[in-house]
Ligand binder design. Structure first.
Ligand code: HEC
Ligand code: HEC
Ligand code: HEC
Ligand code: HEC
Length: 443
């Protein structure tokens, strides 16, 4: 078997269902060794290893190309001979071991484990460093004077080593899976329920419903109380201890609850209220469902709170200039009618998406990186049991653009730092599984 072998479907179509291993690959199969199986894999071109575990990778992206390297070229390390691997070990001992550890298992911050990493991926990255396209100076210098042939062999050598396991990475068994933001919000909102209702639907006249409020308005309101810009001593005391994260989580929790009207009386003439509301709908939306995240929805709001808010704009402590101007000319009877009208409109859920949990996020990553980060494609990096500090560093490099990959930049776009940390901890704590690539005889 020679260089011509390819993992892509033979049709040459741009990989709609490129397969990491098995049936569609035609020439190369991969076989993931069961946990604990110990096998000598100094040579990757072992033939006919029983296929124990095989996962098609759906939607795998175009494999990145390095100038001058065709996509079948980067599989060369997968076809290395025992002699190639022995030569690769000599290169490794001389040029790599001082940073990457004696057997490709690193003990230094920021230096990745490379033992058991997928062979095609290793070669591509080495060529990328050599071309100066992956930033890091230490690595670029380490490979600068090595011939391509040496890079092929050293890749084959490292790919065949036993990968690190989570215990070796200094990461505790379970990733510190914090509660997801909405659950954290629910817990933090426990003290609010007595006045604002269990899910933010008030049952007490004078207490506002918090349901249907956009998180932007919600957070601004809480910050207003905190800073004293919105004067209300009791609310100020109640929210003073909330952290930024608490506030965001609570706002998200209420925004995700099923909306319902306030369960409080709403005396007043709704029809007259509806007529008067024509002057308000430009900002507060038809039926009081606001489309502007900084303008509160009024649909389903408690009538007594509504009227108190209007009076607080008119001649009380609420300082918003726009509302002050508008409320000045609204008489008490009209306020009562407006309150009755809005209280009886159906509130709607603001358009916020529930953020994915780490487990849900990781499922998306696994589509390319293999089950629990155990890639079965020789060109795609395994993440399982990699050092957490390195995984974080790599993800931040994609986010900042220092490391170029369209797929990864899209995956990590706008992912907050906390999620990056949790994902790194998640993958660092997964068991690494070795992969043996089996070269099938040509058809
Ligand atoms: C001076 C220390 C040093 C030496 C010597 C060194 N490396 Fe590295 N290597 C690093 C660091 C640091 C990184 C991570 C850089 C980054 O974030 O891009 C790295 C990254 C890599 C990666 C990328 C791994 C991944 O998961 O993307 C590969 C592959 C690699 N090294 C292989 C080698 C090989 C092969 C040699 C010997 C020819 C070698 N390195 C020599 C420090 C070194
Ligand atoms: C003791 C009763 C009580 C508790 C407990 C309470 N609130 Fe309030 N909350 C009120 C009252 C009364 C108002 C109306 C204040 C005003 O007129 O500005 C209010 C107003 C608000 C508003 C503004 C609503 C709007 O439409 O502008 C927000 C947001 C809010 N509370 C959040 C919270 C959060 C979060 C908690 C829990 C940490 C909480 N409240 C606990 C009584 C309470
Ligand atoms: C130009 C846009 C605009 C118009 C028109 C407008 N509002 Fe407002 N309204 C706002 C904004 C912005 C706020 C939030 C102000 C704040 O933070 O205190 C608000 C707040 C309110 C509140 C307080 C809601 C709460 O949850 O605390 C009430 C009640 C209200 N408006 C009623 C009305 C009524 C009734 C009318 C029509 C007579 C009206 N608004 C017209 C922009 C507008
Ligand atoms: C569409 C396929 C795809 C998805 C989905 C994907 N990745 Fe990747 N990932 C890649 C490819 C391809 C590379 C190699 C890119 C390169 O050459 O720099 C990569 C590289 C990485 C690396 C660098 C590994 C190393 O050893 O340096 C990390 C870390 C990583 N991905 C994490 C993730 C995480 C976390 C997710 C989910 C949030 C994810 N990836 C989702 C395709 C994907």
């Amino acid at each position: 078997m020679r260089h011509g072998a390819t993992l892509a479907p033979e049709t040459g179509t741009p990989n709609p269902l490129p397969i990491a291993c098995g049936w569609h690959a035609h020439r190369v199969r991969c076989s993931q060794l069961p946990e604990g199986a110990s096998m000598k894999r100094s040579v990757l071109t072992l033939l006919l290893i029983a296929l124990t575990f095989c996962i098609p990778v759906v939607g795998y992206p175009q494999v990145r190309t390095v100038p001058g390297v065709s996509s079948s070229d980067d599989l060369r390390p997968a076809y290395a001979t025992a002699q190639d691997v022995a030569e690769g070990k000599r290169v490794a001992d001389a040029s790599c071991a001082k940073c990457h550890g004696a057997a490709g298992i690193s003990t230094s911050r920021g230096v990745p484990h490379i033992a058991g990493q997928r062979p095609g991926y290793l070669l591509t990255e080495l060529l990328t460093y050599q071309a100066g396209a992956r930033g890091d100076n230490a690595m670029s210098n380490a490979v600068k004077y090595l011939k391509e042939d040496a890079l092929v062999k050293v890749s084959a050598y490292y790919a065949g080593l036993e990968p690190a396991q989570p215990s070796a990475t200094g990461v505790a068994k379970a990733a510190p899976a914090g509660p997801d933001p909405a659950s954290a919000g629910k817990a933090a909102a426990a003290g609010c329920a007595g006045c604002h209702g269990e899910s933010g639907i008030t049952k007490i006249p004078g207490m506002p419903s918090l349901i249907g409020l956009d998180p932007k308005y919600f957070v601004a309101a809480v910050n207003g109380y905190k800073s004293g810009q919105r004067k209300h001593d009791m609310m100020k005391t109640l929210v003073s201890a909330l952290s930024e994260a608490d506030m965001n989580n609570i706002a998200l929790f209420y925004a995700l609850q099923k909306p319902g009207k306030a369960q409080t009386p709403s005396p007043g003439d709704q029809a007259a209220g509806k007529a008067a509301a024509a002057a308000c709908s430009g900002c507060h939306g038809e039926g009081g469902v606001s489309a502007n995240p900084t303008t509160p929805s009024l649909a389903g709001q408690d009538a007594q709170y509504f009227a108190a808010a209007m009076r607080a704009y008119k001649d009380g402590p609420r300082s918003d200039a726009t509302m002050k101007g508008l409320a000045a000319s609204v008489d008490d009877n009209t306020i009562k009618n407006l309150a009755a009208y809005y209280a009886n409109q159906q509130p709607k859920q603001p358009s916020v998406k529930k953020p994915l949990t780490i487990a849900e996020l990781a499922q998306r990553c696994d589509r390319c990186h293999g089950v629990n980060g155990n890639s079965t494609d020789p060109r795609s990096p395994a993440l399982a049991a990699q050092r957490a500090d390195y995984l974080e560093q790599a993800m931040r490099a994609y986010q900042k653009g220092g490391r170029k990959s369209k797929a990864m930049a899209a995956m990590l776009d706008a992912l907050p730092a906390a999620e990056i940390e949790s994902l790194a901890a998640h993958y660092a704590s997964q068991r690494a599984r070795s992969v043996v690539y089996v070269i099938l005889p040509p058809k």
